[in-house]
Ligand binder design. Structure first.
Ligand code: TXA
Ligand code: MG
Length: 327
């Protein structure tokens, strides 16, 4: 495995060249996005995508997102693209918004799990964009973790989880957003559906769609979004406020109990391990997965978390905490 670092806004040409060569040869390249790290393969190469599924240990019926360098490539992958999708792409790409659209004829089954729809996004991360431009095609990329585990928000997380099974890991530092992209299904333009809350809020989508899209985050609509997703080994308990958290902590061993409490929401119970006190919803999203990993690294048994307010990125954080607690 080759590991490349990236600093100061300029991509290291050699590492980028190696990554592009790996993709062209059907290999796997882990790369940073603004949300989480992705594990990428040439979306037009079924054997490469098959290897991606094998390394991730991901069931075949769970389709992946195809990453593009720009919205200009939309019509290569999708057909019957509704005006709302073009408007959203113009407003939010590059950015943490994935659009599910009808797939164009000729798009290989591998790129969309054999479905009639395809998930597309343009990531807002300079190294990801440099890779996509240099490669020149679509990169199929799920989050660069094993199926069901917490998504990686640093190159170190990817290395720890997938290590030698990846051909190149591009290191772009910690991810700016920290939770996965918003997924909006526009394959039936008359009935937009929010399949996963993320970095683009329902309020922001409403500015284009006229109303916030109804949430439909069940596994039937967004395959792969099972409750066990996003779960660390530690048991996660969501507590409505600091008082509920104190009550939940009462019967627990304090030194085996991690706590995440938004700043200003009250004190942590004495003796518990304070994993984080995020200042706002964005900071909570940015830190969430690293804090869950830290809980496991410290061998904690339980993580008690008071969620952020349900606005902006707080909606996505609440969704991931709920899934982690169910897992
Ligand atoms: O932020 C992100 O979206 C990250 C970065 C790497 O871009 N990627 C990511 O990929 O979270 P992944 O594979 O962990 O989640 C992709 C989700 C799947 O859970 C699946 O439900 C949904 O996208 N998806 C993909 N194609 C779909 C389709 N055609 N219809 C409905 N859902 C789809
Ligand atoms: Mg994932």
């Amino acid at each position: 495995m080759a590991t490349g670092t990236y600093a100061g806004g300029v991509a290291d040409e050699t590492v980028l060249d190696r990554a592009v060569a790996a993709l062209r040869a059907g290999g796997l390249v882990a790369f940073p996005t603004e949300t989480v790290y992705g594990l990428g393969a040439d979306a037009a190469n079924p054997a490469a995508v098959a290897r991606l599924y094998a390394v991730k240990r991901r069931p075949r019926e769970h389709p992946v997102i195809v990453h593009l360098a720009s919205a200009d490539e939309l019509d290569h992958w999708a057909t019957e693209v509704p005006p709302a999708a073009r408007e959203l792409a113009a407003r939010h790409w590059p950015g943490p918004l994935t659009l599910v659209l009808r797939r164009a004829p000729g798009v290989p089954d591998a790129a969309c799990g054999g479905r009639e729809t395809i998930a597309l996004r343009v990531p807002d991360q300079p190294l990801a964009l440099a890779l996509l431009r240099a490669f020149g095609g679509g990169i199929a990329a799920p989050s660069a973790n094993r199926f069901g585990q917490v998504s990686p928000t640093s190159a170190g997380h990817v290395r720890a989880a997938l290590g030698d099974e990846v051909d190149v890991i591009l290191d772009g530092g910690p991810c700016a957003v920290g939770v996965e992209s918003t997924i909006l299904d526009l394959s039936d333009p008359a009935h937009p559906r929010l399949l996963r809350p993320g970095g683009v809020s329902a309020e922001q989508l409403a500015q284009t769609l006229g109303a916030p899209p109804p949430q439909d985050t069940g596994p039937a609509r967004a395959p792969g979004m099972l409750p066990l997703h996003y779960a660390p080994a530690a048991r996660v308990v969501v507590c409505v406020d600091a008082a509920a958290l104190a009550a939940a902590a009462a019967g627990l061993e304090p030194c085996a109990t991690g706590v995440i409490l938004p700043a200003g929401s009250g004190a942590a119970p004495p003796g518990t391990v304070v994993l984080g006190r995020p200042a706002d919803e964005a900071a909570y999203a940015h830190d969430l997965y690293a804090l869950l990993r830290e809980a496991d690294a410290r061998g904690l048994e339980v993580v008690l978390a008071v969620p952020p307010a349900a606005r902006g990125l707080g909606v996505a954080v609440r969704d991931r905490l709920r899934r982690a607690a169910a897992g």
